[in-house]
Design a protein around this ligand. Sequence first.
Ligand code: ADP
Length: 354
Amino acid sequence: MTDNDVQPQDNTGANEESLRMVSATPIGNEPVSDEELRPHVLDGFIGQPRLKAQLQLFLDAARKRDVPPDHILLAGPPGLGKTTLAMIVANELGVPIRVTSGPAIQHAGDLASILSSLDAGEVLFIDEIHRLPRPAEELLYIAMEDFRVDVMVGKGPGATSIPLTLPRFTVIGATTREGMLPSPLRARFGFTAHLDFYPHEELEKLIERSSAVLGVALAEGASAQLARRSRGTPRIANRLLRRVRDWAVVHDLDVVGPDDVCEALALYQIDTEGLDRLDIAVLNAIVRNFNGGPVGLNNLAAMVGEESETVETVCEPYLVREGFLMRTPKGRVATAKAWEHLGLRPQDDVSKLF
Ligand code: ADP
């Protein structure tokens, strides 16, 4: 069979990532509801102990020297706390923060006008900094290094550039794709932090903190059930907690137990390992249709009715990280852990089972 032979079984998932309960990027009005759960001081930021210690030292030194700190780059997958940390830095320094993002800046002039309106010491947070257009990126190098921006006046052959001196400020860049940042830009950051996925114990603490803010009383064991389904990601942990709060409200529960968490999240088809319907469809396709693989990405995507890119960027990273799937030169292979998770043994001849 070739990649072209397989017909999609179901084509409903075109924009699957934006609908997934286990998406690490914000869904619905989460950018607003995220705010109520953000810690405002470094002490309230859960986990990432080494990063916190480094950042504390970095900020203490800037405060003692009474200068704005060097520029900071925060790198890591979505939902791990980059925006939160940027807000915390500004708050700890007692300075305002201006927020923008790579895609929001379409022309170098957009960035020039933001830069030229910054006050001394202000923090400029640029989310998805790897998506800045090239000319804006070049303007940013100069602004970060020399605290200067060249403002173009007029158009065509008569245009002139007037250098404008900027007060000292701090850029905090956030990126999910550090590799896409050109090295001259990367070199302008005096402090780079890499955020990692959170272990279960840290997510449990985070869930306990969030449940106190949201007013959800969790019985012993409930936060552990939530943590193991949260894919190492605070944003997902907070989202699942909100859905568990819905469950508690509708069922008039004063205290939410571990069984309530399991039932509530089973309703959303999120299993004990944090896999959702799409992840399970991918594993089922490899195991049941291709006897465990190897299978090409296009074939696999067609089997589950998804774009190849969705399968590759949305499902696979977590499945690979958790040891359910391997990417080999011949294609995707389901591991023994995947077979077991589906209630099968790797040596089962699946063609005889169905
Ligand atoms: P990112 O910018 O990396 O996508 P955010 O900073 O927006 O992630 O974090 C997503 C949500 O998770 C926010 O509601 C935030 O408060 C919460 N969060 C992230 N990291 C932590 C943490 N270490 N401690 C407490 N809450 C966190």
